[in-house]
Design a binder for this molecule. Structure first.
Ligand SMILES: *Cc1c(COP(=O)(O)O)cnc(C)c1O
Length: 382
């Protein structure tokens, strides 16, 4: 059994994906081909924001957003302690100091009470300027944006939505990647909408920031004449080389159609079936609050603290069921932050989650029978 069955997805979409790849190869328009624009337009419409700018990966997307805002040395950026490394790596890479904030034990997302406490603490200490929040839609579930946005407003903080795992999710119909002042996502193959390599995108309603993003993605090119082919040799700021390949855009177009037409719906059924089958156990299951819709990047359970997680994983593996631990280490304990002010955090929930979480095989192509088998083996292992 595959943890996320990408070969199965390819089998289903093979005619469209093969045709898309061959078409790009024949056109030889490998960088900034028409498929890139077409994809950006489709994604912006789907998310409901004015601008979508694709880039090389979800990590660059966050770094570019930080750069657009001029975030750097002396700035504090508030980041969940329980997330993938990039969420904190990017602000730190721009010179800012990530301040790690504990998460909610049922949603795995930023705990707004803890967020406000941490912001107040940083302001009171006065060593750093409280500048921005990176809110992550972990495992597919949108963060609590009602509360987070009101905190951002009260303390004059910019909001970056790291929607790398959340693309396709929504709150009362408002889509993930529309909540941030700037929002980002990733098309890493295993994400809810993945390509066949690295890829990412940046979303915003702000015209000026969108122009800056377009400039930074191509070596800080001059944006005053966007149709001038020589603009990229007129470099008015430092940028990056961060573009989505035409080939990846062409692969994403049919994959996006399948994602919207049925994959998102199907993965929600698979996740609901896990919940149905596991609800009478001692496991803590992922919670969907009223109005929240997840794109289910992961189905993550919490084992009782006295259960040996490694042993459960071994037993599952012995019958062919892969499982993963996202994440084993709180951000503030990552070696990269050792000795910095980022290594200080009060995160009892994150610390417990790191010891108890286990992510189970999940994708839109799993059947109820697959899930029944996994569930029965988990029950045996417990
Ligand atoms: C995957 C991921 C990223 C980075 O995306 P890449 O495309 O792999 O660079 C950032 N944030 C979160 C929460 C992620 O899961």
């Amino acid at each position: 059994m595959q943890f996320r069955d990408l070969p199965k997805q390819y089998e289903v979409l093979k005619p469209q994906i093969d045709a898309a790849m061959i078409s790009v190869a024949s056109s030889a328009h490998f960088i900034s081909g028409p498929e890139v624009k077409e994809l950006e337009k489709a994604l912006a419409e789907y998310v409901g924001v004015k601008h979508c700018i694709t880039c090389a990966n979800g990590t660059d997307a966050i770094s570019i957003a930080m750069r657009v805002w001029g975030i750097g040395k002396g700035d504090a950026v508030f980041v969940p302690d329980f997330t993938f490394f990039s969420s904190g790596e990017c602000p730190a890479d721009e010179g800012a100091t990530p301040m790690f904030v504990d998460v909610d034990q049922r949603t795995f997302n930023l705990d707004p009470v803890k967020l406000e406490e941490t912001v107040q603490k940083v302001i009171a200490e006065g060593k750093y300027k409280a500048k921005a929040v990176v809110a992550v839609d972990l495992f597919g579930l949108p963060a609590d944006y009602d509360s987070i946005k009101s905190i951002c407003k009260n303390y004059d903080l910019l909001l970056l939505e790291d929607g790398a795992q959340g693309f396709g999710g929504s709150i009362n119909g408002k889509m993930v990647c529309s909540f941030g002042d700037i929002s980002t996502t990733s098309f890493f193959p295993a994400k809810p909408l993945g390509c066949y390599g690295d890829g990412g995108a940046i979303f915003t309603d702000n015209d000026e920031w969108a122009d800056l993003v377009r400039s930074i993605c191509v070596h800080g090119k001059d944006m005053s004449n966007p149709n001038d082919p020589n603009a990229k040799y007129n470099n008015i700021r430092l940028g990056k080389n961060s573009r989505l390949d035409t080939l990846q855009a062409a692969i994403l177009l049919p994959k996006f159609k399948a994602f919207v037409d049925y994959e998102l719906n199907d993965i929600n059924h698979v996740a609901a079936w896990y919940t149905e089958r596991l609800k009478d156990t001692e496991l803590v299951l992922p919670e969907l609050k009223e109005g929240f819709y997840s794109s289910w990047a992961q189905y993550t359970i919490q084992l009782p603290e006295n259960v040996d997680r490694k042993k459960v994983q071994e037993q599952l593996k012995a019958v062919g069921i892969p499982s993963m631990i996202y994440y084993e280490k709180p951000m503030h304990l990552q070696g990269a932050f050792e000795g910095t002010d980022s290594s200080v955090a009060d995160s009892p929930v994150t610390e417990r989650l790191c010891k108890t979480v286990l992510s189970l095989p999940l994708d839109p192509y799993k059947t109820n029978e697959d899930i029944d088998f996994i569930v029965s083996e988990i029950k045996k292992a417990l």
